[in-house]
Design a protein around this ligand. Structure first.
Ligand code: PBG
Length: 326
């Protein structure tokens, strides 16, 4: 037998780059930044090696470090000084994220994205207003329509501070329209909106919940985040958000949901974002620490796979390290 078709001809060092279908560059990446109002020094995040919660005074320095290797965009998460049942520090003019955005927008060239959610700001840790008796009755859930108003206020307060883009992640039905209308009414028609359109109820968020202190005090998020079993529903979620005015559609988590990234790529002309979440980062670090995997190689391959599946941009805790090596 003599093979007539020889794909190996195109795998030499000389030709591989010419026939490469996908590439990764620093400008595809968005780096998460945690700003913490409860500390005046940087605090390492144990479950996410290399990441820290930084006080507002250090936010500009932290962002400059990220921009140095060529990353151009950051997404901000806040740890507030206090929490209450309505998450009021999420939409306070002097909230931790608002103060950080003001400084970063004024003093750096970063493209600034604000994560719009309430779970880091509510004392019960859910992504919106909850029923009084929800703690004792697990069938009760976040009150959808009452939450919309608070999310809209949060987005507008971030736009006031100078955010270039807002990214609602609460999985509240109607959140894209509510936020888009509030931004437009406030004169922020140029502020872009990236929807966490397809956000699964995932165990891969574990390390983030430690980092941002955003774990629910009781119950879980399955009444508002998507069931990992569902693929068609992802298209439905994305279609709703596209119709409501999302500029970018996100899938989260990334690697376990490559089929969904590919589906959205196929179905929509919008830019698609993938969120390579905290658990995806932590597991590679943990395995590398044991000497079981090469961290740099597996990180690169993970992000390349997200692009190959159809993502235009990737939110990832590897952003800074990866950009450094690209
Ligand atoms: C807030 C939010 C979460 C993440 C991003 N925004 C936590 C959650 O939904 O539980 C997770 C990000 C990560 O794991 O890296 N709603």
């Amino acid at each position: 037998m003599y093979p007539t078709d020889r794909p190996r001809r195109l795998r030499t060092d000389g030709v591989r780059p010419l026939v490469s279908e996908t590439s990764l560059s620093a400008s595809d990446l968005v780096a998460p930044v945690f700003v913490d109002a409860t500390t005046d020094e940087r605090v390492p995040i144990e479950t996410m090696p290399g990441h820290e919660r930084v006080p507002v005074d250090e936010a500009v320095d932290r962002v400059e470090e990220i921009l140095e290797p060529g990353v151009e965009a950051v997404i901000l998460f806040g740890i507030p000084e206090s929490k209450d049942s309505e998450g009021s520090r999420a939409y306070a003019e002097d909230g931790v994220v608002q103060r950080a955005i003001r400084r970063i927008a004024a003093e750096t060239d970063a493209y600034v994205i604000g994560d719009v959610c309430l779970c880091e700001y509510t004392d019960h840790g859910h992504c919106g207003v909850i029923e009084e008796s929800a703690a004792t009755d697990p069938t009760l859930t976040v009150k959808n329509d009452e939450t919309l108003e608070l999310l809209a206020r949060t987005a507008v307060s971030q736009a006031d501070a100078g955010a270039d883009m807002v990214a609602p992640s609460a999985m509240t039905d109607g959140q894209v329209r509510a936020i888009r209308e509030a931004l437009d009414d406030g004169g922020y028609e140029d502020v872009a909106l990236m929807s966490y359109a397809v956000k699964y109820e995932s165990a891969f968020y574990g390390p983030f919940r430690d980092a941002a202190d955003g774990a629910p005090a009781f119950g879980d998020r399955r009444h508002y985040q998507m069931d990992p079993a569902n693929r068609r529903e992802a298209l439905r979620e994305a279609r709703i958000d596209a119709e409501e005015g999302a500029d970018v559609l996100m899938v989260k988590p990334g690697l376990p949901y490559l089929d969904v990234v590919a589906d959205l790529r196929e179905e929509f002309d919008h830019p698609i974002a993938a969120y390579n979440v905290s658990g995806e980062y932590a597991m590679l670090h943990a395995a590398a620490e044991k000497g079981w995997l090469d961290l740099d190689e597996t990180a690169h391959e993970s992000l390349l796979s997200l692009k190959r599946a159809g993502a235009d941009m990737i939110i990832t805790y590897f952003a800074e390290d990866l950009a450094d090596r690209l």
